[in-house]
Ligand binder design. Sequence first.
Ligand code: FPP
Length: 244
Amino acid sequence: MSKKKNELNHLAIIMDGNGRWAKKKHKPRFVGHREGMDNVERITLAANKLGIKVLTLYAFSTENWARPKEEVAYLMNLPVRFFDKFMPTLMKNNVKVNIMGYLDELPKKTYDVVQRAMAETANNTGIILNFAFNYGARKEITSAMKELGKLIESGDLNSSEITESMISEHLMTGDFGEYQDPDLLIRTSGEQRISNFLLWQLAYSELAFSDKNWPDFTASDLKEFVEEFQNRNRRFGKVDESDS
Ligand code: FPP
């Protein structure tokens, strides 16, 4: 009997290896980031075609501020370049943009451009392209705990009433409803770690790793990863029905 395939609604990607891609080509690191930015558009369109509902991309972590000043400045300007270049394609393909992270800490130009991208695409109904930008999962969980703490202090919540779904809803993915948690996480560049990304939301996600650096990761690579994921046996901590 053929098994039902897993549905891939939310895909998360750690886009790693831009620097190594550039180094291999004897180019400065920013060239890798620029190529990586162009690849975001290609992979978004491919994910949209595959029927994925939410694509979350780790673009800048709360730890990335520690990189050299020039690199941080280049990364902060990437959303400006990205939306300048790709907004017409995003609109044409009905892509809805979301940026999750500590946006108040961004330079004004970056802040303005991401707010505008979210506003301009707010009524689109296709794939949600969700950038994690100035995002860190421990900070996100800490913020959620503070929000719940405030509700307790004001007498609107009793600590015994806290549920897992209440915590999920106070995270930055809270608005994605049934698609809050990624079904699959892909990390490129051969590294195999989570790096403070979606720590709560990844609890039951499938993990996959590509040896390719992000700028080299193609639509056909994505398709292969998705097909492999679809045939995995997801048990969510239960016993496989066919084993019982
Ligand atoms: C990791 O490679 C990549 C980043 C820190 C930046 C990722 C950003 C993009 C791919 C573009 C995002 C686009 C928008 C619109 C925000 P690395 O620099 O850590 O590479 P390395 O590990 O090889 O040095």
